[in-house]
Design a binder for this molecule. Structure first.
Ligand code: ATP
Length: 486
């Protein structure tokens, strides 16, 4: 897998150097596939989360939010199918002892074929793989790997074990006694089930009418085996999910609606359409009657960023069966075909599920640009993060030209005016040029420089990150100008 491209490595280094993302517990050499968000990263992540939350709940009158616990009754995961089905087929190389997800191993080989111009062979390989995965034919999959001489990237041999499945859920124990099966609880592998088990609570207390949705942002945990793609695939990550409950028979139209609506959300952030594509699933999960991924062109290629799944009534029906509590909704709207109310039913569900960390990586990697600014006179370059202003960790940097002569006081006055409305940053160290470069590297869209003229006429220089243009504006207009841009 091309996860060590120079561009990807530069983005990872930049994220660390500028306080976006650190390896977890780094002083102990880190913990594989677990990361901490630093002072800049946590702001960017929060801005993405707030933006999603606002557009999915506040701006709609048919979706409300909840915040369910990470721990859930263990029966939840039997009902949802995660205890029995949440497995990935894996294969080990006997020489390197390295373990691979079978689909990833084959896809990487198909990518290599594509890169070598063998498009038809690559497509045929993926089609065969999808067919065999759909049939859970592990013998056939192993044969496919051997027939194509797919090798381990470490040992360079084709010496494989049989394919086996591993459950991806983390388990831990509840209460004082340990080691008893009864005390076993799981760290949730998705946030969706917290929504399903609260469906009736929310519907009744919120007096919600179908169709309506419940949204949630929260941590999820998966014991990923192949986890070496930075925040793309982590063992602890965050999801932003929404389950939309609909009348049975209308799921197809709502699926199409959400597919389109969610892609538009990404485009409205200013991310370009050519970085996105849909990938319709051939192999459907056990609960789905239609599913697609919204893929993003990450530095490691087009990969899943968000999933849109038509989950039928599978989850609510399963919870009804396992809990012995009815999960029905009474629809009093008149069915034109019978002239009577639609009556009782278990709603169908269309889900939108996006990884917050993957969205972070999409925004960061799209924003990252290395620019050569050399002229005939001198060599120059900069790294700039062209974040949409609304997502940038810092919106405004205020930089006094000098540390004295009353300039810092004016700068602080500007910050006092603005900091209630958006995040500001004060910096007086280093030359102005260096400070601009640092703000570019953090993705700050606006810099204000306070100079001696500011003392005379209460104007300052505003500098725009992307164009590097500068203009003189009055101190009193700063706040409105930036609020407008956000
Ligand atoms: P993949 O095929 O990449 O493993 P998935 O199909 O298992 O992903 P879903 O179960 O559909 O993923 O989860 C919904 C979303 O959660 C994904 O689109 C992705 O953005 C995010 N996600 C899933 N697993 C991880 C992970 N290990 N690390 C970060 N984000 C994840």
């Amino acid at each position: 897998m091309a996860n060590d491209t120079p561009l990807f490595q530069s983005i990872i280094s930049h994220a660390k150097e500028y306080g976006f993302i650190f390896p977890s517990s780094e002083i102990y050499d880190g913990l594989q596939a677990v990361y901490d968000y630093g002072q800049m990263g946590s702001e960017l992540k929060k801005n993405i989360k707030d933006h999603w939350w606002k557009s999915m709940t506040q701006l709609r009158d048919d979706v409300v939010g909840i915040d369910a616990a990470i721990f859930m009754h263990p029966t939840t995961w039997k009902a949802s199918g995660h205890v029995d089905n949440f497995n990935d087929p894996m294969i080990d190389n006997r020489d390197s002892k390295k373990r691979y997800r079978v689909d990833h191993l084959i896809e990487a080989h198909a990518e290599a074929l594509m890169a070598a111009g063998q498009k038809e062979q690559a497509a045929a390989l993926v089609t065969s793989m999808e067919g065999l995965l759909a049939a859970d034919d592990f013998v056939g999959l192993k044969k496919l790997i051997e027939d194509h001489q797919i090798k381990c990237a470490v040992s360079d041999t084709c010496h494989w074990t049989d394919i086996r499945q591993f459950n991806l859920m983390f388990a831990t124990e509840f209460g004082a006694t340990s080691g008893e099966e009864d005390n076993k609880v799981y760290l949730r592998p998705e946030t969706a089930q917290g929504i399903f088990v609260n469906f009736l609570n929310v519907q009744k207390t919120g007096r919600m009418k179908v169709p309506f949705g419940i949204a949630q942002v929260g941590k999820a945990f998966r014991n990923e085996i192949v986890a070496r793609q930075f925040v793309f695939r982590m063992r602890e990550f965050e999801q932003m999910e929404m389950q939309f409950f609909v009348r049975p028979g209308t799921q197809k139209q709502w699926y199409e609606y959400w597919k389109q609506c969610r892609l538009q959300w990404h485009l409205d952030l200013g991310l370009p359409a050519d970085k996105y594509r849909y990938h319709d699933h051939v192999k459907l999960a056990h609960y789905a009657d239609a599913a697609c991924d919204i893929e993003f062109d990450f530095p490691i290629g087009f990969k899943e960023l968000e999933g849109i799944h038509s989950r039928t009534d599978f989850d609510l029906r399963q919870h009804q069966e396992y809990s012995k509590k009815k999960q029905q909704y009474f629809d009093n709207e008149i069915d034109p075909s019978t002239g009577k109310p639609f009556g009782n039913y278990i709603p169908y569900v269309v889900e939108t599920s996006i990884g917050l960390d993957r969205m972070f990586l999409a925004v960061l990697s799209h924003a990252y640009e290395e620019q050569d600014l050399s002229t005939d006179e001198k060599q120059d370059s900069r790294v700039v993060l062209k974040f949409p202003a609304a997502l940038a960790p810092i919106k405004l940097a205020v930089l006094p030209l000098n540390k004295k002569d009353g300039l810092p006081e004016i700068a602080q006055e500007i910050i006092a005016q603005c900091k209630d409305d958006f995040r500001c940053f004060y910096e007086e160290k280093d030359s102005i040029g260096k400070r601009y470069r640092r703000m570019d590297a953090l993705g700050t869209p606006f810099c204000i420089t306070v100079d001696y003229q500011s003392k005379e006429d209460r104007t300052v220089t505003i500098r725009y990150r992307d164009s590097m243009q500068q203009e003189r504006i009055s101190i009193d207009s700063i706040k409105d100008l930036i609020k407008k841009a956000l």
